[in-house]
Ligand binder design. Structure first.
Ligand SMILES: Nc1nc2c(ncn2[C@@H]2O[C@H](COP(=O)(O)OP(=O)(O)OP(=O)(O)O)[C@@H](O)[C@H]2O)c(=O)[nH]1
Ligand SMILES: [Zn+2]
Length: 299
């Protein structure tokens, strides 16, 4: 009898599939290889269980989306974790991540971490932080401020994650692992199902993995998303990854306006009026130059 489930972990051609009957370690049918299709963490699959207790993946359901770094499928959203200090908040890096997320048509939750450190910062940093937070709230992104140290904001963040599959992304040191340990308590003790079956101890290298949340949904623990590549972004479609430009760009004089040197650009006017944040536009121009440069090198 075939069971439906979701791949939560993959290690050297073995897959842990979360099914209504629990987690089953599976091999993939050879036929996938012939079709250059390999099962991905996050895939919804059909499995059958063999006499030895091992499962076999028989079919992979069509994917809603697919990321290459990390290699995962069927993600609902990305939670961008940015600490208010240690490391200091970098808005250009946040905007870079947002472009990446928008280009995959994923939704974003912005999570400002280590909020407990804010009172120790100089007044200018504090003010900059509140201004930044307002910018992203005005665009319409869900923004949550958290501290794993004090527990602030954790319940609110848990609600944003409920029932969804969320990739955690952010610079090293912002507190992603600490957050995972707070949300997925059994994580600390667990020895992988696969490792048990293969008779190895706890694996030491980090693998892409879906971690089940108590409130339903999964967190994806991966360092990979930090390697941002703008491969699918061009000078023409970059502006579509800045959602707050959309309201104005239809009123630009030229269709296909890149909102740079073109005359009668409504987006630039909106920046001057303060309806679009100056920092966002500044970063847009940085990314635009980057894309134009890359396109010039290609031709
Ligand atoms: N003050 C404060 N420190 C925190 C908080 N959360 C995590 N930290 C500290 O920040 C440091 C980095 O945390 P990690 O969870 O390892 O950060 P990470 O994002 O997983 O880093 P990588 O594994 O390098 O990607 C640790 O020393 C944590 O104790 C917090 O809410 N407040
Ligand atoms: Zn324009």
């Amino acid at each position: 009898m075939a069971l439906e489930g979701r791949i939560v972990k993959a290690i050297s051609n073995f897959y842990d599939v979360d099914t209504p009957n629990g987690v089953i370690t599976c091999k993939a049918r050879g036929v996938f290889k012939k079709h250059a299709l390999s099962p991905l963490v996050g895939d919804w699959v059909e499995v059958t269980v063999e006499a030895d207790g091992l499962g076999v993946i028989r079919a992979i359901k069509p994917r809603k989306n697919q990321l290459f770094r990390p290699p995962v499928a069927n993600m609902d959203q990305v939670c961008l974790v940015f600490s208010v200090a240690e490391p200091a908040l970098s808005l250009i890096l946040l905007d870079r991540f947002l472009v990446h997320v928008e280009s995959h048509q994923l939704s974003a939750v912005i999570c400002f971490s280590k909020i407990d450190l804010l009172p120790d910062q100089d007044p200018e940093t504090v003010e900059q932080f509140y201004r930044a937070r307002q910018i992203y709230m005005d665009i319409g992104y869900p923004v949550v401020c958290i501290s794993v140290r004090t527990g602030e904001g954790l319940a609110e963040l848990a609600e944003h994650l409920r029932g969804k599959t969320t990739v955690l992304a952010g610079q090293s040191g912002v507190g992603k692992s600490t957050l995972i340990n707070a949300f997925v308590p059994e994580r600390k003790m667990e020895t992988g199902e696969i490792s048990k079956k293969l008779g190895r101890g706890r694996h030491t290298t980090r693998h892409v993995e879906l971690l089940p949340l108590p409130q339903g949904g999964y967190l994806v623990d991966t360092p990979g998303f930090s390697q941002l590549d703008f491969a699918r972004i061009t000078s023409d479609n970059l502006s579509s990854t800045f959602p707050e430009f959309a309201r104005f760009s239809d009123a630009c004089r030229f269709r296909g306006c890149r909102h740079w040197k073109e005359p009668d650009c409504r987006v630039r006017e909106a920046v001057e009026e303060g309806a679009i944040a100056a920092s966002r536009y500044e970063h847009y121009l940085v990314f635009l130059q980057d894309r134009l440069q890359a396109e010039k090198e290609r031709w």
